[in-house]
Write a protein that binds this ligand. Structure first.
Ligand code: UD2
Ligand code: MN
Length: 568
Protein backbone atom coordinates (compact mmCIF):
# COMPACT_ATOMS: atom_id res chain seq x y z
CA UNK A 1 0.00 0.00 0.00
CA UNK A 2 2.72 2.38 1.06
CA UNK A 3 4.63 1.55 -2.05
CA UNK A 4 1.58 2.14 -4.23
CA UNK A 5 0.86 5.53 -2.61
CA UNK A 6 4.39 6.60 -3.14
CA UNK A 7 4.24 5.67 -6.79
CA UNK A 8 0.98 7.48 -7.12
CA UNK A 9 2.47 10.56 -5.60
CA UNK A 10 5.42 10.36 -7.92
CA UNK A 11 3.20 10.01 -10.91
CA UNK A 12 1.08 12.91 -9.78
CA UNK A 13 4.06 15.13 -9.27
CA UNK A 14 5.48 14.27 -12.64
CA UNK A 15 2.21 14.75 -14.44
CA UNK A 16 1.61 18.04 -12.65
CA UNK A 17 4.94 19.30 -13.91
CA UNK A 18 4.12 18.12 -17.42
CA UNK A 19 0.72 19.83 -17.29
CA UNK A 20 2.28 23.06 -16.01
CA UNK A 21 4.92 23.06 -18.71
CA UNK A 22 2.21 22.35 -21.26
CA UNK A 23 0.06 25.24 -20.03
CA UNK A 24 3.00 27.62 -20.03
CA UNK A 25 3.89 26.55 -23.55
CA UNK A 26 0.30 27.09 -24.71
CA UNK A 27 0.13 30.48 -23.04
CA UNK A 28 3.41 31.55 -24.54
CA UNK A 29 2.43 30.40 -27.98
CA UNK A 30 -0.94 32.09 -27.63
CA UNK A 31 0.58 35.36 -26.54
CA UNK A 32 3.09 35.26 -29.32
CA UNK A 33 0.66 34.32 -32.03
CA UNK A 34 -1.91 36.84 -30.83
CA UNK A 35 0.52 39.63 -31.53
CA UNK A 36 0.82 38.47 -35.10
CA UNK A 37 -2.43 38.61 -36.98
CA UNK A 38 -1.58 36.31 -39.78
CA UNK A 39 1.32 34.85 -41.63
CA UNK A 40 0.58 34.83 -45.30
CA UNK A 41 2.45 32.26 -47.31
CA UNK A 42 2.72 32.67 -51.00
CA UNK A 43 1.14 29.32 -51.87
CA UNK A 44 -2.52 28.41 -52.33
CA UNK A 45 -3.95 31.49 -53.89
CA UNK A 46 -7.51 31.64 -55.10
CA UNK A 47 -7.82 34.24 -57.77
CA UNK A 48 -11.54 34.62 -58.18
CA UNK A 49 -12.92 36.72 -55.32
CA UNK A 50 -14.05 40.28 -56.09
CA UNK A 51 -11.36 41.57 -53.69
CA UNK A 52 -8.66 39.69 -55.54
CA UNK A 53 -9.90 41.02 -58.86
CA UNK A 54 -9.91 44.58 -57.49
CA UNK A 55 -6.40 44.16 -56.17
CA UNK A 56 -5.25 42.67 -59.44
CA UNK A 57 -6.54 45.78 -61.21
CA UNK A 58 -4.65 48.03 -58.84
CA UNK A 59 -1.41 46.14 -59.30
CA UNK A 60 -1.90 46.27 -63.05
CA UNK A 61 -2.41 50.02 -62.80
CA UNK A 62 0.91 50.33 -61.04
CA UNK A 63 2.56 48.17 -63.61
CA UNK A 64 1.12 50.27 -66.42
CA UNK A 65 2.63 53.40 -64.84
CA UNK A 66 6.15 52.03 -64.87
CA UNK A 67 8.50 53.68 -67.34
CA UNK A 68 10.81 51.17 -68.89
CA UNK A 69 14.47 51.51 -67.90
CA UNK A 70 13.83 54.55 -65.69
CA UNK A 71 16.53 54.57 -63.03
CA UNK A 72 18.21 51.49 -64.47
CA UNK A 73 21.89 51.04 -63.63
CA UNK A 74 21.10 52.89 -60.44
CA UNK A 75 21.10 56.14 -62.39
CA UNK A 76 19.38 59.28 -61.19
CA UNK A 77 15.89 59.57 -62.64
CA UNK A 78 13.72 62.60 -63.30
CA UNK A 79 10.08 63.15 -64.05
CA UNK A 80 8.46 65.80 -66.22
CA UNK A 81 5.22 67.74 -65.99
CA UNK A 82 2.65 67.22 -63.23
CA UNK A 83 4.43 64.09 -61.95
CA UNK A 84 7.47 66.16 -61.27
CA UNK A 85 5.51 68.60 -59.14
CA UNK A 86 3.77 65.77 -57.31
CA UNK A 87 7.13 64.14 -56.71
CA UNK A 88 8.54 67.30 -55.19
CA UNK A 89 5.52 67.57 -52.92
CA UNK A 90 5.95 63.96 -51.79
CA UNK A 91 9.59 64.65 -51.02
CA UNK A 92 8.55 67.47 -48.71
CA UNK A 93 5.87 65.36 -47.07
CA UNK A 94 7.51 61.96 -46.59
CA UNK A 95 11.18 62.74 -47.33
CA UNK A 96 11.10 60.54 -50.41
CA UNK A 97 10.09 61.01 -54.02
CA UNK A 98 7.38 58.37 -53.97
CA UNK A 99 5.99 59.39 -57.36
CA UNK A 100 9.32 58.69 -58.98
CA UNK A 101 9.71 55.39 -57.17
CA UNK A 102 6.29 54.30 -58.43
CA UNK A 103 7.39 54.94 -62.01
CA UNK A 104 10.63 52.99 -61.79
CA UNK A 105 10.87 49.26 -62.50
CA UNK A 106 10.69 47.27 -59.29
CA UNK A 107 13.51 45.09 -60.55
CA UNK A 108 15.70 47.89 -61.82
CA UNK A 109 19.29 47.08 -62.62
CA UNK A 110 22.21 48.43 -60.60
CA UNK A 111 25.83 48.95 -61.43
CA UNK A 112 28.17 46.78 -59.37
CA UNK A 113 29.48 49.31 -56.83
CA UNK A 114 32.16 47.09 -55.34
CA UNK A 115 35.87 47.49 -55.45
CA UNK A 116 36.89 45.64 -58.63
CA UNK A 117 39.10 43.28 -56.68
CA UNK A 118 36.06 41.88 -54.87
CA UNK A 119 35.12 40.11 -58.07
CA UNK A 120 38.23 37.97 -57.83
CA UNK A 121 37.14 36.42 -54.56
CA UNK A 122 35.14 33.23 -54.58
CA UNK A 123 32.84 32.55 -51.71
CA UNK A 124 31.21 29.19 -51.25
CA UNK A 125 29.12 29.52 -48.14
CA UNK A 126 26.74 26.76 -47.17
CA UNK A 127 24.67 28.78 -44.75
CA UNK A 128 21.24 29.99 -45.77
CA UNK A 129 19.84 33.38 -44.97
CA UNK A 130 16.45 34.51 -43.77
CA UNK A 131 16.10 38.11 -44.84
CA UNK A 132 13.90 40.06 -42.43
CA UNK A 133 12.43 43.33 -43.67
CA UNK A 134 10.30 45.39 -41.31
CA UNK A 135 8.12 48.30 -42.29
CA UNK A 136 5.68 50.86 -41.03
CA UNK A 137 3.76 52.81 -43.69
CA UNK A 138 6.48 52.49 -46.26
CA UNK A 139 5.77 52.93 -49.94
CA UNK A 140 4.56 49.87 -51.82
CA UNK A 141 7.00 50.25 -54.72
CA UNK A 142 9.92 50.92 -52.39
CA UNK A 143 9.23 47.82 -50.30
CA UNK A 144 8.89 45.67 -53.38
CA UNK A 145 12.05 47.05 -54.94
CA UNK A 146 13.84 46.01 -51.75
CA UNK A 147 12.36 42.52 -52.05
CA UNK A 148 13.20 42.26 -55.75
CA UNK A 149 16.79 43.33 -55.18
CA UNK A 150 17.19 40.48 -52.69
CA UNK A 151 15.57 37.94 -55.01
CA UNK A 152 17.59 39.01 -58.03
CA UNK A 153 20.95 39.20 -56.34
CA UNK A 154 20.95 36.34 -53.85
CA UNK A 155 21.72 32.87 -55.22
CA UNK A 156 18.57 30.79 -54.55
CA UNK A 157 20.47 28.12 -52.65
CA UNK A 158 21.58 30.75 -50.12
CA UNK A 159 18.17 32.28 -49.57
CA UNK A 160 15.96 30.45 -47.12
CA UNK A 161 13.12 32.97 -47.19
CA UNK A 162 12.18 36.61 -47.08
CA UNK A 163 10.13 37.68 -44.08
CA UNK A 164 8.25 40.95 -44.29
CA UNK A 165 6.98 42.31 -41.00
CA UNK A 166 4.27 44.95 -41.20
CA UNK A 167 4.41 46.90 -37.94
CA UNK A 168 0.65 47.56 -38.09
CA UNK A 169 0.84 50.12 -40.90
CA UNK A 170 -2.17 52.40 -41.10
CA UNK A 171 -1.71 53.18 -44.80
CA UNK A 172 -4.91 51.96 -46.33
CA UNK A 173 -4.69 48.95 -48.62
CA UNK A 174 -0.92 48.61 -48.35
CA UNK A 175 -0.93 45.20 -46.75
CA UNK A 176 -3.57 43.80 -49.13
CA UNK A 177 -1.74 45.08 -52.17
CA UNK A 178 1.59 43.65 -51.04
CA UNK A 179 -0.06 40.40 -50.17
CA UNK A 180 -1.65 40.20 -53.60
CA UNK A 181 1.56 41.07 -55.38
CA UNK A 182 3.46 38.40 -53.47
CA UNK A 183 0.83 35.76 -54.14
CA UNK A 184 0.66 36.47 -57.82
CA UNK A 185 4.02 37.86 -58.97
CA UNK A 186 6.32 36.24 -56.45
CA UNK A 187 4.62 32.94 -55.85
CA UNK A 188 7.71 30.94 -56.67
CA UNK A 189 9.63 32.42 -53.80
CA UNK A 190 9.28 31.81 -50.11
CA UNK A 191 8.04 35.16 -48.93
CA UNK A 192 6.16 35.50 -45.68
CA UNK A 193 4.18 38.58 -44.80
CA UNK A 194 3.57 39.01 -41.08
CA UNK A 195 1.19 41.64 -39.85
CA UNK A 196 1.44 42.82 -36.28
CA UNK A 197 -1.87 43.63 -34.60
CA UNK A 198 -0.53 46.70 -32.86
CA UNK A 199 2.33 48.94 -33.70
CA UNK A 200 5.26 47.59 -31.72
CA UNK A 201 8.15 49.68 -32.92
CA UNK A 202 11.01 48.51 -35.04
CA UNK A 203 12.82 46.56 -32.32
CA UNK A 204 9.94 44.24 -31.48
CA UNK A 205 8.96 44.04 -35.15
CA UNK A 206 12.42 42.64 -35.92
CA UNK A 207 12.09 40.21 -33.02
CA UNK A 208 8.87 38.89 -34.50
CA UNK A 209 10.52 38.35 -37.84
CA UNK A 210 13.45 36.61 -36.18
CA UNK A 211 11.12 34.23 -34.30
CA UNK A 212 9.53 33.06 -37.51
CA UNK A 213 12.83 32.71 -39.37
CA UNK A 214 14.36 29.32 -39.98
CA UNK A 215 17.52 30.11 -41.97
CA UNK A 216 20.99 29.71 -40.47
CA UNK A 217 21.64 33.41 -40.66
CA UNK A 218 19.37 36.40 -40.10
CA UNK A 219 19.89 39.36 -42.38
CA UNK A 220 17.91 42.43 -41.41
CA UNK A 221 17.13 45.19 -43.88
CA UNK A 222 15.14 48.39 -43.76
CA UNK A 223 12.23 48.40 -46.21
CA UNK A 224 13.90 50.96 -48.52
CA UNK A 225 17.09 49.20 -49.54
CA UNK A 226 18.57 47.74 -52.69
CA UNK A 227 21.03 44.87 -52.50
CA UNK A 228 23.79 44.73 -55.09
CA UNK A 229 25.77 41.99 -56.83
CA UNK A 230 27.08 39.29 -54.46
CA UNK A 231 26.00 41.19 -51.39
CA UNK A 232 25.11 38.08 -49.39
CA UNK A 233 27.99 35.72 -50.13
CA UNK A 234 30.77 37.47 -48.21
CA UNK A 235 28.45 37.96 -45.23
CA UNK A 236 27.49 34.29 -45.08
CA UNK A 237 31.04 33.13 -45.70
CA UNK A 238 32.36 35.24 -42.84
CA UNK A 239 29.73 33.93 -40.42
CA UNK A 240 30.62 30.41 -41.47
CA UNK A 241 34.18 31.19 -40.47
CA UNK A 242 33.22 32.83 -37.16
CA UNK A 243 29.68 32.47 -35.89
CA UNK A 244 30.14 35.29 -33.40
CA UNK A 245 30.93 37.82 -36.11
CA UNK A 246 28.06 40.24 -36.67
CA UNK A 247 28.37 41.92 -40.04
CA UNK A 248 27.32 45.05 -41.80
CA UNK A 249 27.64 45.72 -45.50
CA UNK A 250 28.85 49.06 -46.77
CA UNK A 251 25.66 51.10 -46.74
CA UNK A 252 25.51 53.23 -49.89
CA UNK A 253 23.18 56.16 -50.32
CA UNK A 254 20.13 55.97 -52.55
CA UNK A 255 19.15 59.59 -53.06
CA UNK A 256 15.65 60.29 -51.79
CA UNK A 257 14.91 62.89 -54.50
CA UNK A 258 16.12 61.13 -57.66
CA UNK A 259 16.72 57.53 -56.50
CA UNK A 260 20.31 57.55 -57.74
CA UNK A 261 22.42 54.77 -56.27
CA UNK A 262 25.35 56.91 -55.17
CA UNK A 263 28.66 55.48 -54.04
CA UNK A 264 31.64 57.02 -52.44
CA UNK A 265 33.93 54.92 -54.58
CA UNK A 266 36.17 52.72 -52.54
CA UNK A 267 36.27 54.76 -49.37
CA UNK A 268 33.82 54.05 -46.63
CA UNK A 269 33.41 54.63 -42.94
CA UNK A 270 32.60 52.50 -39.94
CA UNK A 271 30.36 53.18 -36.94
CA UNK A 272 31.04 55.38 -33.94
CA UNK A 273 28.81 57.15 -31.43
CA UNK A 274 28.43 60.44 -29.63
CA UNK A 275 28.09 60.81 -25.88
CA UNK A 276 24.60 62.16 -26.53
CA UNK A 277 23.82 58.62 -27.64
CA UNK A 278 23.73 59.07 -31.38
CA UNK A 279 25.26 56.91 -34.05
CA UNK A 280 27.94 58.58 -36.20
CA UNK A 281 30.12 57.56 -39.09
CA UNK A 282 33.85 57.59 -38.34
CA UNK A 283 36.96 57.01 -40.40
CA UNK A 284 38.67 53.65 -40.15
CA UNK A 285 41.53 54.11 -37.70
CA UNK A 286 43.93 51.24 -38.26
CA UNK A 287 46.22 51.68 -41.27
CA UNK A 288 45.97 48.00 -42.15
CA UNK A 289 42.19 48.07 -42.12
CA UNK A 290 42.12 50.94 -44.59
CA UNK A 291 43.57 48.76 -47.31
CA UNK A 292 41.91 45.42 -46.79
CA UNK A 293 38.86 44.04 -48.53
CA UNK A 294 38.34 41.61 -45.70
CA UNK A 295 36.12 42.36 -42.72
CA UNK A 296 37.01 45.50 -40.79
CA UNK A 297 36.41 46.13 -37.10
CA UNK A 298 33.51 48.49 -36.53
CA UNK A 299 32.92 49.90 -33.02
CA UNK A 300 29.18 50.29 -33.66
CA UNK A 301 26.64 49.80 -36.41
CA UNK A 302 23.95 51.98 -37.92
CA UNK A 303 21.41 49.33 -37.07
CA UNK A 304 19.20 48.70 -40.07
CA UNK A 305 21.29 46.38 -42.18
CA UNK A 306 23.20 43.52 -40.63
CA UNK A 307 23.77 39.77 -40.72
CA UNK A 308 24.01 37.56 -37.66
CA UNK A 309 24.04 33.82 -37.07
CA UNK A 310 20.44 33.05 -36.06
CA UNK A 311 21.28 30.97 -33.00
CA UNK A 312 23.95 33.41 -31.92
CA UNK A 313 21.40 36.23 -32.19
CA UNK A 314 19.35 34.57 -29.45
CA UNK A 315 22.36 33.46 -27.38
CA UNK A 316 23.77 36.96 -27.22
CA UNK A 317 20.51 38.51 -26.08
CA UNK A 318 18.64 39.34 -29.34
CA UNK A 319 17.23 42.75 -28.53
CA UNK A 320 16.01 44.54 -25.43
CA UNK A 321 12.33 43.77 -25.84
CA UNK A 322 11.39 46.72 -23.66
CA UNK A 323 12.79 49.14 -26.18
CA UNK A 324 10.00 50.95 -27.92
CA UNK A 325 9.64 52.80 -31.21
CA UNK A 326 12.82 53.81 -32.93
CA UNK A 327 16.44 54.31 -31.89
CA UNK A 328 19.09 53.10 -29.47
CA UNK A 329 18.84 49.41 -30.29
CA UNK A 330 21.80 49.69 -32.65
CA UNK A 331 24.21 51.01 -30.02
CA UNK A 332 22.83 48.55 -27.47
CA UNK A 333 23.55 45.67 -29.78
CA UNK A 334 26.96 47.04 -30.78
CA UNK A 335 28.19 47.44 -27.20
CA UNK A 336 26.69 44.09 -26.19
CA UNK A 337 28.27 42.18 -29.07
CA UNK A 338 31.73 43.51 -28.31
CA UNK A 339 31.49 43.38 -24.53
CA UNK A 340 30.10 39.85 -24.55
CA UNK A 341 32.74 38.22 -26.71
CA UNK A 342 31.51 38.75 -30.27
CA UNK A 343 32.77 40.96 -33.06
CA UNK A 344 31.16 43.64 -35.16
CA UNK A 345 32.61 44.11 -38.62
CA UNK A 346 32.00 45.94 -41.85
CA UNK A 347 32.43 43.76 -44.93
CA UNK A 348 33.59 46.01 -47.77
CA UNK A 349 32.79 43.50 -50.53
CA UNK A 350 29.13 43.50 -49.56
CA UNK A 351 27.20 46.63 -50.50
CA UNK A 352 23.59 47.58 -50.03
CA UNK A 353 21.93 50.88 -50.83
CA UNK A 354 19.60 52.60 -48.37
CA UNK A 355 17.37 55.62 -48.81
CA UNK A 356 18.41 58.03 -46.06
CA UNK A 357 15.46 60.29 -45.37
CA UNK A 358 15.86 63.79 -43.98
CA UNK A 359 13.16 63.26 -41.37
CA UNK A 360 10.91 60.52 -40.02
CA UNK A 361 7.93 60.26 -42.31
CA UNK A 362 5.94 58.82 -39.41
CA UNK A 363 5.05 60.00 -35.93
CA UNK A 364 5.49 58.20 -32.65
CA UNK A 365 2.63 57.28 -30.32
CA UNK A 366 2.30 59.91 -27.55
CA UNK A 367 5.27 61.75 -29.03
CA UNK A 368 7.49 59.68 -26.79
CA UNK A 369 11.23 60.25 -27.10
CA UNK A 370 11.90 56.58 -27.69
CA UNK A 371 15.47 57.22 -28.79
CA UNK A 372 16.24 58.95 -25.48
CA UNK A 373 14.47 56.35 -23.37
CA UNK A 374 16.04 53.41 -25.20
CA UNK A 375 19.47 54.98 -24.89
CA UNK A 376 18.94 55.57 -21.17
CA UNK A 377 18.19 51.85 -20.88
CA UNK A 378 21.35 50.83 -22.66
CA UNK A 379 23.44 53.37 -20.75
CA UNK A 380 22.37 51.88 -17.42
CA UNK A 381 22.99 48.33 -18.58
CA UNK A 382 26.18 48.58 -20.65
CA UNK A 383 28.07 51.81 -20.05
CA UNK A 384 29.07 51.49 -16.37
CA UNK A 385 30.54 54.72 -15.01
CA UNK A 386 30.63 56.24 -18.52
CA UNK A 387 26.89 56.58 -18.47
CA UNK A 388 27.56 59.88 -16.70
CA UNK A 389 28.49 61.32 -20.09
CA UNK A 390 25.20 60.29 -21.66
CA UNK A 391 23.10 61.45 -18.72
CA UNK A 392 24.86 64.79 -18.79
CA UNK A 393 22.92 65.25 -22.05
CA UNK A 394 19.68 63.80 -20.72
CA UNK A 395 19.69 64.43 -16.96
CA UNK A 396 15.94 64.05 -16.67
CA UNK A 397 16.11 60.44 -17.84
CA UNK A 398 18.69 59.14 -15.39
CA UNK A 399 16.36 58.07 -12.61
CA UNK A 400 13.13 58.32 -14.47
CA UNK A 401 10.66 55.44 -14.10
CA UNK A 402 9.65 56.00 -17.73
CA UNK A 403 12.68 53.97 -18.82
CA UNK A 404 11.20 50.82 -17.27
CA UNK A 405 12.63 47.84 -15.47
CA UNK A 406 16.17 46.74 -16.33
CA UNK A 407 16.47 43.54 -14.33
CA UNK A 408 16.43 41.14 -17.27
CA UNK A 409 19.04 42.99 -19.24
CA UNK A 410 21.34 43.28 -16.23
CA UNK A 411 20.90 39.56 -15.60
CA UNK A 412 21.77 38.88 -19.22
CA UNK A 413 24.98 40.84 -18.87
CA UNK A 414 25.90 38.79 -15.80
CA UNK A 415 24.96 35.50 -17.38
CA UNK A 416 27.10 36.17 -20.44
CA UNK A 417 29.95 37.46 -18.23
CA UNK A 418 30.39 40.48 -20.40
CA UNK A 419 33.35 42.82 -20.16
CA UNK A 420 33.25 46.41 -18.92
CA UNK A 421 32.57 49.49 -20.99
CA UNK A 422 36.07 50.68 -20.13
CA UNK A 423 37.41 47.53 -21.78
CA UNK A 424 35.32 48.33 -24.85
CA UNK A 425 36.64 51.90 -25.02
CA UNK A 426 40.25 50.87 -24.51
CA UNK A 427 40.29 47.93 -26.90
CA UNK A 428 37.64 48.49 -29.53
CA UNK A 429 37.32 52.25 -29.75
CA UNK A 430 40.54 53.72 -28.30
CA UNK A 431 40.25 56.84 -30.47
CA UNK A 432 36.96 57.80 -28.80
CA UNK A 433 37.46 61.08 -26.99
CA UNK A 434 36.40 61.03 -23.35
CA UNK A 435 35.77 64.66 -22.44
CA UNK A 436 36.67 64.39 -18.76
CA UNK A 437 39.56 61.91 -18.90
CA UNK A 438 43.09 62.72 -20.02
CA UNK A 439 42.20 66.37 -20.19
CA UNK A 440 43.68 69.45 -18.60
CA UNK A 441 40.41 71.27 -18.08
CA UNK A 442 36.80 70.68 -18.99
CA UNK A 443 33.25 71.89 -18.60
CA UNK A 444 31.75 75.28 -19.33
CA UNK A 445 34.24 77.91 -20.45
CA UNK A 446 33.29 81.40 -19.24
CA UNK A 447 34.78 84.77 -20.04
CA UNK A 448 34.73 87.80 -17.77
CA UNK A 449 31.42 88.94 -19.24
CA UNK A 450 29.75 85.73 -18.16
CA UNK A 451 29.49 84.49 -21.69
CA UNK A 452 30.31 80.86 -22.47
CA UNK A 453 32.03 79.12 -25.35
CA UNK A 454 29.29 77.56 -27.44
CA UNK A 455 29.20 75.34 -30.52
CA UNK A 456 26.20 77.34 -31.76
CA UNK A 457 24.33 74.08 -32.46
CA UNK A 458 26.92 72.89 -34.90
CA UNK A 459 25.33 70.05 -36.79
CA UNK A 460 27.15 66.74 -37.12
CA UNK A 461 29.79 66.53 -39.86
CA UNK A 462 29.83 70.25 -40.50
CA UNK A 463 32.26 73.03 -39.95
CA UNK A 464 31.00 76.02 -38.03
CA UNK A 465 32.12 78.97 -35.96
CA UNK A 466 33.22 78.56 -32.37
CA UNK A 467 31.03 81.13 -30.69
CA UNK A 468 29.91 82.50 -27.38
CA UNK A 469 26.46 82.49 -25.92
CA UNK A 470 24.85 83.28 -22.61
CA UNK A 471 25.91 80.58 -20.16
CA UNK A 472 23.02 78.21 -19.64
CA UNK A 473 22.43 75.14 -17.52
CA UNK A 474 22.14 72.67 -20.40
CA UNK A 475 25.88 72.53 -20.47
CA UNK A 476 26.24 69.33 -22.41
CA UNK A 477 24.10 70.44 -25.25
CA UNK A 478 26.44 73.04 -26.65
CA UNK A 479 28.75 74.50 -24.02
CA UNK A 480 30.85 71.59 -22.82
CA UNK A 481 34.45 71.83 -23.97
CA UNK A 482 37.74 70.29 -22.93
CA UNK A 483 41.40 71.15 -23.31
CA UNK A 484 42.78 67.72 -24.05
CA UNK A 485 46.20 66.57 -22.94
CA UNK A 486 47.19 66.87 -26.61
CA UNK A 487 46.32 70.57 -26.52
CA UNK A 488 43.05 70.46 -28.39
CA UNK A 489 40.18 72.75 -27.47
CA UNK A 490 37.64 70.11 -28.16
CA UNK A 491 34.03 69.06 -28.14
CA UNK A 492 33.38 65.45 -29.11
CA UNK A 493 34.89 65.04 -32.62
CA UNK A 494 35.27 68.77 -33.26
CA UNK A 495 38.25 70.94 -32.46
CA UNK A 496 38.74 74.69 -32.39
CA UNK A 497 40.95 75.64 -35.32
CA UNK A 498 42.46 79.08 -35.92
CA UNK A 499 42.69 80.40 -39.45
CA UNK A 500 45.04 82.98 -40.93
CA UNK A 501 42.06 85.35 -41.18
CA UNK A 502 42.01 85.21 -37.34
CA UNK A 503 38.68 83.44 -37.40
CA UNK A 504 38.25 80.42 -35.12
CA UNK A 505 36.13 77.57 -36.40
CA UNK A 506 35.10 74.18 -35.12
CA UNK A 507 36.41 71.61 -37.56
CA UNK A 508 36.86 67.89 -37.37
CA UNK A 509 39.79 67.04 -35.13
CA UNK A 510 42.83 65.91 -37.03
CA UNK A 511 45.57 65.20 -34.56
CA UNK A 512 48.94 66.87 -34.96
CA UNK A 513 47.52 69.94 -36.63
CA UNK A 514 49.25 73.12 -35.45
CA UNK A 515 46.14 75.21 -36.08
CA UNK A 516 44.22 73.00 -33.67
CA UNK A 517 46.87 73.26 -30.96
CA UNK A 518 46.23 75.47 -27.91
CA UNK A 519 47.87 76.07 -24.57
CA UNK A 520 45.78 77.02 -21.59
CA UNK A 521 47.27 79.31 -18.94
CA UNK A 522 44.92 78.98 -15.98
CA UNK A 523 46.34 81.90 -14.00
CA UNK A 524 45.86 84.45 -16.77
CA UNK A 525 42.91 82.51 -18.18
CA UNK A 526 44.50 82.61 -21.61
CA UNK A 527 43.79 80.13 -24.36
CA UNK A 528 46.87 80.61 -26.49
CA UNK A 529 47.58 79.52 -30.05
CA UNK A 530 51.36 78.99 -30.39
CA UNK A 531 51.23 78.73 -34.17
CA UNK A 532 49.66 82.20 -34.50
CA UNK A 533 51.17 83.52 -31.25
CA UNK A 534 47.72 84.89 -30.49
CA UNK A 535 45.02 84.43 -27.86
CA UNK A 536 41.39 83.35 -28.13
CA UNK A 537 39.31 86.49 -27.83
CA UNK A 538 35.69 87.53 -27.76
CA UNK A 539 36.43 91.17 -28.47
CA UNK A 540 34.07 92.65 -31.02
CA UNK A 541 32.24 89.35 -31.22
CA UNK A 542 28.50 89.50 -30.90
CA UNK A 543 26.50 86.80 -29.20
CA UNK A 544 26.14 83.79 -31.48
CA UNK A 545 28.84 84.80 -33.93
CA UNK A 546 32.33 83.33 -34.17
CA UNK A 547 35.36 84.02 -31.97
CA UNK A 548 38.76 85.19 -33.18
CA UNK A 549 42.42 85.02 -32.26
CA UNK A 550 43.98 88.35 -31.41
CA UNK A 551 47.32 89.58 -30.08
CA UNK A 552 47.48 88.63 -26.43
CA UNK A 553 46.67 91.39 -23.96
CA UNK A 554 45.31 91.83 -20.52
CA UNK A 555 41.69 92.00 -21.61
CA UNK A 556 38.56 90.55 -20.03
CA UNK A 557 37.77 89.24 -23.53
CA UNK A 558 40.74 86.93 -23.28
CA UNK A 559 40.19 85.56 -19.78
CA UNK A 560 38.56 82.17 -19.78
CA UNK A 561 37.77 79.88 -16.87
CA UNK A 562 36.79 76.22 -17.10
CA UNK A 563 34.40 74.76 -14.52
CA UNK A 564 36.82 71.91 -13.92
CA UNK A 565 40.57 72.12 -13.92
CA UNK A 566 42.85 69.12 -13.41
CA UNK A 567 45.93 70.21 -11.51
CA UNK A 568 47.85 67.02 -12.09
C1 UD2 B 1 18.55 53.87 -38.53
C2 UD2 B 1 18.57 52.46 -39.06
C3 UD2 B 1 17.31 51.77 -38.64
C4 UD2 B 1 17.26 51.70 -37.13
C5 UD2 B 1 17.38 53.12 -36.58
C6 UD2 B 1 17.52 53.17 -35.09
C7 UD2 B 1 20.05 52.19 -40.99
C8 UD2 B 1 20.25 52.43 -42.42
N1 UD2 B 1 18.82 52.50 -40.49
O1 UD2 B 1 17.47 54.71 -38.89
O2 UD2 B 1 17.21 50.48 -39.16
O3 UD2 B 1 18.25 50.85 -36.62
O4 UD2 B 1 18.50 53.77 -37.08
O5 UD2 B 1 16.48 52.59 -34.43
O6 UD2 B 1 20.94 51.72 -40.34
N2 UD2 B 1 9.77 50.98 -38.65
C9 UD2 B 1 8.89 50.12 -38.02
N3 UD2 B 1 8.15 50.58 -36.98
C10 UD2 B 1 8.26 51.86 -36.50
C11 UD2 B 1 9.20 52.72 -37.10
C12 UD2 B 1 9.96 52.24 -38.17
O7 UD2 B 1 8.75 48.96 -38.44
O8 UD2 B 1 7.57 52.21 -35.55
C13 UD2 B 1 10.59 50.48 -39.77
C14 UD2 B 1 10.72 51.41 -40.96
O9 UD2 B 1 9.65 51.25 -41.86
C15 UD2 B 1 12.06 50.99 -41.55
C16 UD2 B 1 12.84 50.55 -40.32
O10 UD2 B 1 11.89 50.34 -39.29
O11 UD2 B 1 11.94 49.93 -42.46
C17 UD2 B 1 13.86 51.59 -39.87
O12 UD2 B 1 13.25 52.86 -39.75
P1 UD2 B 1 13.85 54.14 -40.52
O13 UD2 B 1 14.20 53.78 -41.88
O14 UD2 B 1 12.90 55.25 -40.31
O15 UD2 B 1 15.14 54.36 -39.67
P2 UD2 B 1 16.54 55.07 -40.16
O16 UD2 B 1 17.00 54.44 -41.40
O17 UD2 B 1 16.34 56.52 -40.12
MN1 MN C 1 15.96 53.45 -42.98
Amino acid sequence: MMHFKCRLRRINFKSIIIVIVFIIAILYLKEWSSAVEDVVKSEAFVFDTPEAIGLEEKVKQYEAGIVENLGNNGDAAYLEGPDRVKGEEALKKVALNTVLSDRMPLNRTLRDPRNKKCKNFTYRPKLKASVVIIFYNEIYSVILRTVWSVILRTPPHLLQEIILVDDASTEEGLKELLDHYIKTRLKNYDIKLLTLKHRMGLIRARLHGARVASGDVLIFLDAHCEATEQWAEPLLARIEEDRTAVLVPIIDVIEAHNMAYATNGETYQVGGFTWAGHFTWIDIQDEEDKHTLGPVKSPTMAGGLFAIDRKYFWEVGSYDEQMDGWGGENLEMSFRIWQCGGRLETVPCSRVGHIFRDFHPYSFPDNKDTHGINTARLAHVWMDEYKRLFFMHQPSLENNPIIGDLTHRKQLRQKLRCKSFRWYLENIYPEKFIPDENVIAYGQVKNKYDMCLDDLQLADDKVGPLGIYQCHPYVAMSQYFSISSKGELRKEAFCAEAFSTNVVQLTECHSHSREQFWVYFPKEGRIYSPSFKKCLSSEGVRESSGLVVDSCKNSPHQKWTFTNFNNT
